[in-house]
Ligand binder design. Structure first.
Ligand code: SF4
Length: 373
């Protein structure tokens, strides 16, 4: 049995989720911010930060969410743990829709569902010592006496690679990497089953990023954790994720295993993201088929007035008339008669599977999702 199998089994047992069932299921999630104007503050529109996002996260896996700044990935993460109230849709965690829980039930469910933020400094009270910051959640939720909490703090600091000496220090005395380790430790103090990691390494130097990513991997294997890993950095997402969701303008463009996505994206937007990704190995692009670059023009449209049809059509070099009027739904190769299994994409004219080097063209004819859907 591989280490991954053990992690999955441990995570499933801890979460009490039946075999094959997701730990977290995000269903048609929407989060629209009203735009108000006039003396009576009448709603005149809405910013569609998240607009119909769906995905599952299975016990023990890491689901990466990637996209440009403003694509809605962080808002999705905040809506999952209920830091933001969704406008519509469901977040089902451990078989229960969080929207249906009363305040007390939601408070309890949240203990199992913790978040790690990009900037740990802003999430740590600068006036408190690290020991107190870590003990706080345990004591506040009645999970441990002060004495037991202090012991647990020592244990947790060691687990995240810091010594017990850090208990007496203040956040400003720590480096960025040490603060992020404290942020992770704090999220783990209540023994959650799922962590939403919102750009957890984006503010760190590259060498420190690798250390924190390795720590997250080790903790996942040791504790049977499940991660939602949000980042605009494809390198970090690729390194840590089992599957990846690509978002653009509040919507899901593509969902695939990490290997499938990097070997052959089906959505033009994903292809553009991959082109912008500086491959760590200079030979990587060649081994991936030496694709020609797809040129994208223009800025990301305003989420208060998203384009009709496919939201990417204003920048997509392959856009056709159908793309301007009809929104493509997320569909899989399997549903369209292809060989790509559960690799899902929202495009009327997806890129070819395993297309030859430098093709850079969408598929056409009967295999195009839009034609057979
Ligand atoms: Fe481009 Fe059309 Fe596909 Fe949208 S649906 S990504 S516009 S080809």
């Amino acid at each position: 049995m591989s280490a991954t199998d053990v992690t999955v089994r441990t995570a499933r047992e801890r979460a009490g989720v039946p075999d094959g069932q997701p730990l977290l299921s995000v269903q048609d999630l929407k989060l629209h911010y009203p735009i108000r104007s006039g003396i009576i503050s009448r709603q005149t529109g809405a910013v569609r930060a998240v607009d119909g996002v769906s995905f599952d996260v299975f016990p023990g896996e890491t689901l990466g969410i990637v996209g440009e700044s403003g694509c809605g990935k962080s808002t999705t993460g905040r809506a999952i743990i209920r830091l933001e109230n969704p406008t519509a849709g469901a977040v089902v965690f451990g078989g229960r829709d969080l929207a249906g829980l009363n305040t007390r039930e939601l408070r309890r469910a949240r203990l199992d569902l913790q978040m790690v933020f990009q900037d740990p400094y802003s999430s740590l009270n600068p006036q408190k010592r690290i020991g107190d910051l870590l003990a706080e959640p345990l004591v506040a939720h009645g999970r441990a006496s002060r004495k037991d909490a202090r012991e647990r703090v020592t244990e947790m600091l060691e687990r995240v690679g810091l010594s017990a000496q850090f208990k007496g220090r203040y956040p400003h005395e720590l480096s960025g990497g040490q603060r992020q380790r404290v942020g992770i430790a704090r999220a783990l103090m209540l023994d959650p089953t799922l962590l939403v990691l919102d750009e957890p390494v984006s503010a760190l130097d590259v060498s420190i990023q690798a250390q924190v990513l390795n720590l997250l991997r080790d903790l996942q294997a040791e504790l049977g954790l499940t991660y939602v890993f949000i980042s605009h950095g494809l390198g970090a997402v690729r390194y840590i994720s089992d599957r990846i969701v690509v978002m653009y303008l509040g919507k899901v463009m593509e969902v695939a295993t990490t290997a499938e996505l990097f070997a052959g994206p089906r959505h033009p937007y994903t292809e553009i993201l991959l082109d912008a990704y500086p491959a760590p190995n200079p030979h990587l692009r060649a081994t991936q088929g030496g694709r020609e670059r797809i040129v994208v023009e223009g800025d990301v449209p305003n989420a208060a007035a998203p384009p009709s049809g496919c939201v990417f059509h204003t920048r997509c070099p392959f856009a056709q008339d159908k793309c301007r009027t009809e929104e493509p739904r997320l569909t899989t190769d399997a549903q369209t008669g292809g060989q790509g299994g559960e690799h899902a994409f929202a495009c009327h004219f997806p890129l070819e599977v395993g297309r030859p080097a430098s093709s850079g063209t969408p598929s056409s004819g009967p295999t195009a999702a839009g034609e057979s859907a």
